[in-house]
Structures are given as structure tokens and as C-alpha cells.
Design a protein around this ligand. Structure first.
Ligand code: HXC
Length: 520
């Protein structure tokens, strides 16, 4: 064999060794926990044969605790690039079979390299986390590595989309990299995220809690809101990431891909003409409206288990990606509260950062009253959503279906927040507050003076009718041009598509500033 062929053989052997990560035994152990390896995950995530690996031969440089004797090619993270539906994507996947996927100085350098490359090329970064955290033997070098990644997450935010899959442990300060990214997908039963684990919790607070109850997928998708997606298997998680990528652009200077659409743009849905119940206090299901108006009913909901009184997610109109924000009358009457405001504000800001038009469907009775909300700072959290809509420069189309009262009316993308097209259904009620509250404030004392309960009820009904006649309709707002048109519900899809076509060339810039000071 020639010297050159010998060298090629050596390369092939080294590659095979690197691909084995921590070795067969640890790969089996990974599989026995119901988890895939880093390489298997990337193979599922990227288009077949598209993965190009970087830094396969990187090793750590640590000599503490005899570490020079335990080196693995790649040092616990697989990095590189590939494509999803033909579009360039940078990836890293932590390899739990090598020192528990723990993050060393060199491991961090590999992640930073793909992040830097993604920024130069203007392409999304997807990171799959499965790691015991900072490589203990490397001490401060591991911490420095995390800090380098965090800094890059911050600078990349709003420039290229960043998506985190949490498919195993993600603990301690390590959680802050995913937290700085745009979307977190967690697997049920096999992943967890927390700043301090159950043992530390027990020592400090005396509380007994399992890993799952402290930071499992259901905790973060339903209670804390840290994770946008909770999935039952890694395959579903990876499909969710691929689907998410299909709705979003490569970077902040590009538009989301437009896909071919065979759903007729003028498709009418008569059911929408009959969906609003006669009684203002009876709910209906906003998912039915969303499903009816978007292309083929294909809706990728974000944060589906969190703050269910507001629905956010991606859909398409005539093939064009939009972000949908909709109050859900079926849950807490669609009221805005702290969690709903935070959830929707984050989504609106993502869409605005990445040139995705916003379609807002309004049926909101107001903000949730009470000490719980006020003590929790609903003023500042509600202001986040107000701010997000007000600063957004993407096309903003709003349709008011029923209630739109008070501060919540303003927050939900009203005309004065630079709404481009504001439509209302004939059932819309746009007012300072609902009839009951208004009559109480304006005529409460007068009604109390009436002598009999029958007379009280009679005057109350009279005033209520008067108020409703004046305000429980869209025409009062339309008279002032705050509503551009009152539309037939069954025609909503077509009218939104026309509005999106009209606003395609929108150009709007906010005043120059170092950065904003949104109410955090
Ligand atoms: C070095 C580590 C490691 C770490 C795991 N390993 N975590 N090596 N540094 N942080 C190694 C183990 O020694 C073992 O090596 C292999 O990974 C698999 O670990 P096991 O414990 O056998 O696996 P398992 O039973 O599944 O438990 C996984 C685990 C546990 C729950 C993650 O390993 C664990 O508690 N690790 C420590 C977690 C931690 O406290 N990390 C520091 C957090 S603080 P072998 O050779 O046997 O395969 C932090 C600060 C970041 O990260 C700050 C950023 C700002």
C-alpha cells in the first residue's frame, strides 16, 4: 500500500472512531434510556446525506484528574451544517456518550464556530442539548466556554433564528443558552431543565421534588412557559423543529419561504356566519375560526399548553407565512392576564424580528382583574404586549370578531398601534367596557334608589339596551375610521389574503436608537 493510501486508511479509521463517540457500551446505555445519539438525531433532523461535520478531531486540553488519559474525538459535541428542505442550517448536538455531553473549553469552541459561521452566512442555528453541564474537571475554562456561547446567543438574537431541542439533561447555568434562543422543544420523560437540581433544592428549601416535577417538559410547557413545545418522542420533537423552520426565514433580512398553495383564496365558510353565539357570555372555539381561514387548516401552534386564553402560532395564507395571535373565548373567556401577555408579546416580537406578518383575531373582554394579577405586575406584563405590537413594523392585519374592550382593545393590535388593516365582523363590540360594567358605573346609584327589585331590573335592562345599541357594534369604531371595513365572517379568509397582498411592500421604520427599553 502506498504512503498516501496508508494515510487515507488512517483517516477512515479515525472517522469511524469519532463516529462511535464514547463507545458501544455508552451508546447502548443511551438507547436503553429511550434516547437517540447525537449523530442519530442530526441524521433525522437534516435532509438525507446533507450533513457536513466540522471538528471531528477536536480533543480537550485538560490535564486535571488524569483527564489526559480520557480523550474522545469530537469532545462530546457533534457540529456542522446541513439542509432542511434544501435550506442551509447550522447544527450542534451534544453527545451524552462522551463525558455525559459535558461542556469543556473545546466543546464550547466547536459550538461557537458553528454559531459564528451561521451569523456570517445568515442561517438558523439548531442546538440539541443533552449534557451534564459544565465539565467539572475543566473548572473555569468550562464556565468561560458557556459565557462565550451565551454572548453569541445574544448577538444572534433577532439576526438568525435559534432553536433549542432539549432531549436530555440541561441543568445549572447551561439552561441559559436555550433560554436565550427563540424556541425550546422538550421531550417528555427524558429531558429536564433547572438551575438547581432536586438535591440542592432539598438542602436549601427543604422541599422534596423529583427532576420531572422540578423541570420536566410538562412543567416548562404548561407552568413556567420556558418551553414552547413539549413532545412525547424525539422523532416528534425533530419533526416539530423541521416544521418550524418551514415557516420562518433564514435571517432578519429575508422573508419566509412562500410555498405553493392549492387552497382557493376565495374559499367561503358559511359556518363562520353562525359561529358567534347569541349570548355574549357564551364561548365558541377560536381554533375553529383559525382552522377555517388558513391554508388547509395547517397550524403550528406555539406554547399550546401555556396561557390557553391566548392562541399563538404559525400558519399560511395563500402560501405566505404569518404569525397568528388570537384570544380564546373558550378559556377564561379569552381574558388577557400576565401569562397570556408574556406569551403573545414574545411571539409578536419574534415575528416582527423575522419579517413575518401578524394576523390578530380579537375577542377579548379585557384584562383579568384582582390582586393576584396586580401583585404579579400585570401592568408591566400587559405593557409588554402593547409594546410588542406598537413597535412591530411588519404588516399587521386585525379582525375583531366579538368583544374588544378597554385597554385590551388597544393592546390587541388596534388601528392606533399602526395597524395596517383593521376589520371587524358585524358581531364586534368595540367599547370602553362591557354593558354590565358600564351600567353599574354610570347608573349604579340611580338604580339602587329604585324601590322594588322589579323596577331595578327594568331600569337596568333599559340602560343596558341603550348602551348596547350605542356600543355593542362595530359601526361606532368604523364611523371614525378605526375599523377599515365590516366584513362578512364567511369571507374572512379572502379579505385577509387581500390585506396581506396589499401590505406586501410595506416600509416602516422606527426611530433610530441604541436599543429600546421595553418593560421587562
Ligand atoms: C464531567 C460528567 C459530568 C460533568 C456527567 N459526567 N456530568 N463529567 N462533568 N458535569 C460524566 C459521568 O462522570 C459519566 O462518565 C458520564 O458523564 C455519564 O454520567 P452518569 O452520571 O453515569 O449518567 P446518568 O446516571 O445518566 O446521570 C446524568 C447526570 C449526572 C444527571 C447529568 O451525570 C450528573 O448529575 N452530572 C453532574 C451534573 C452537574 O452538577 N453539572 C454541573 C452543573 S453546574 P463515564 O466516564 O462514566 O461515562 C453547571 C454550571 C454551568 O453546569 C454554568 C454556566 C454559566
Amino acid at each position: 500500500m502506498s504512503i498516501q493510501l496508508e494515510k487515507i486508511k488512517e483517516l477512515i479509521q479515525l472517522r469511524e472512531k469519532a463516529r462511535l463517540g464514547g463507545g458501544e457500551r455508552r451508546i447502548e446505555s443511551q438507547h436503553s434510556k429511550g434516547k437517540f445519539t447525537a449523530r442519530e438525531r442530526l441524521a433525522m433532523l437534516l435532509d438525507e446525506g446533507s450533513f457536513e461535520e466540522f471538528d471531528m478531531f477536536v480533543e480537550h486540553r485538560c490535564h486535571n484528574f488524569g483527564m489526559e488519559k480520557t480523550k474522545f474525538l469530537g469532545d462530546g459535541v457533534v457540529t456542522g451544517y446541513g439542509t432542511i428542505e434544501g435550506r442551509l442550517i447550522y447544527v450542534y448536538a451534544q453527545d451524552f456518550t462522551v463525558s455525559g455531553g459535558s461542556l469543556s473549553e473545546m466543546h464550547a469552541k466547536k459550538i461557537c464556530k458553528v454559531m459564528d459561521q451561521a451569523m456570517k452566512m445568515g442561517a438558523p442555528v439548531i442546538g440539541i442539548n443533552d449534557s451534564g453541564g459544565a465539565r467539572i474537571q475543566e473548572g473555569i475554562n468550562a464556565l468561560a466556554g458557556y459565557a462565550e456561547i451565551f454572548q453569541r446567543n445574544i448577538l444572534a438574537s433577532g439576526v438568525v433564528p435559534q432553536i433549542s431541542g432539549i432531549f436530555g439533561p440541561c441543568a445549572g447555568g447551561a439552561v441559559y443558552s436555550p433560554a436565550l434562543t427563540d424556541f425550546i422543544v422538550m421531550t417528555q420523560g427524558t429531558s429536564y431543565m433547572f438551575l438547581t437540581g432536586p438535591k440542592v433544592v432539598k438542602t436549601v428549601t427543604g422541599e422534596d421534588v423529583t427532576q420531572e416535577n422540578l423541570g420536566g417538559a410538562s412543567v416548562h410547557s404548561a407552568k413556567s412557559g420556558v418551553a414552547q413545545f413539549s413532545v412525547d418522542t424525539e422523532e416528534t420533537g425533530i419533526n416539530t423543529i423541521r416544521q418550524l423552520i418551514s415557516f420562518i426565514p433564514q435571517n432578519n433580512l429575508e422573508e419566509a419561504p412562500v410555498i405553493e398553495n392549492d387552497d382557493p383564496i376565495d374559499r367561503l365558510d358559511d359556518a363562520l356566519n353562525d359561529i358567534i353565539p347569541d349570548s355574549a357570555n357564551r364561548p365558541y372555539d377560536m381554533y375553529e375560526v383559525i382552522g377555517s381561514i388558513i391554508d388547509k387548516g395547517e397550524f403550528l401552534e406555539v406554547h399550546s399548553d401555556y396561557a390557553k386564553n391566548i392562541i399563538v402560532g404559525f400558519a399560511r395564507f395563500n402560501g405566505q407565512s404569518v404569525g397568528i395571535v388570537a384570544n380564546q373565548p373558550k378559556f377564561l373567556a379569552g381574558v388577557l392576564d400576565i401569562n397570556a401577555s408574556r406569551k403573545a408579546a414574545r411571539f409578536v416580537r419574534f415575528c416582527d424580528a423575522f419579517n413575518i406578518p401578524l394576523v390578530t383575531l380579537v375577542d377579548v373582554p379585557g384584562f383579568l382583574p384582582g390582586t393576584g394579577q396586580e401583585y404579579g405586575g400585570v401592568i408591566v406584563h400587559g405593557a409588554k404586549l402593547l409594546y410588542a405590537y406598537g413597535e412591530a413594523t411588519v404588516p399587521k392585519i386585525t379582525v375583531t370578531l366579538r368583544k374588544s374592550y378597554g385597554g385590551a382593545h388597544i393592546v390587541m393590535s388596534c388601528k392606533q398601534l399602526r395597524g395596517d388593516v383593521n376589520y371587524a365582523w358585524p358581531s364586534a363590540e368595540i367599547a370602553v367596557m362591557g354593558a354590565d360594567g358600564a351600567v353599574e358605573v354610570l347608573y349604579g346609584r340611580e338604580i339602587a334608589k329604585e324601590e322594588t327589585p322589579e323596577k331595578k331590573a327594568e331600569v337596568y335592562a333599559e340602560k343596558r339596551n341603550e348602551y348596547n345599541k350605542l356600543f355593542a357594534n362595530p359601526y361606532e369604531a368604523a364611523r371614525y375610521g378605526f375599523i377599515d371595513d365590516v366584513i362578512e365572517p364567511r369571507n374572512t379568509r379572502f379579505r385577509i389574503i387581500r390585506a396581506l397582498q396589499q401590505t406586501q411592500t410595506k416600509k416602516l421604520q422606527n426611530p433610530a436608537k441604541k436599543h429600546d427599553n421595553l418593560p421587562l
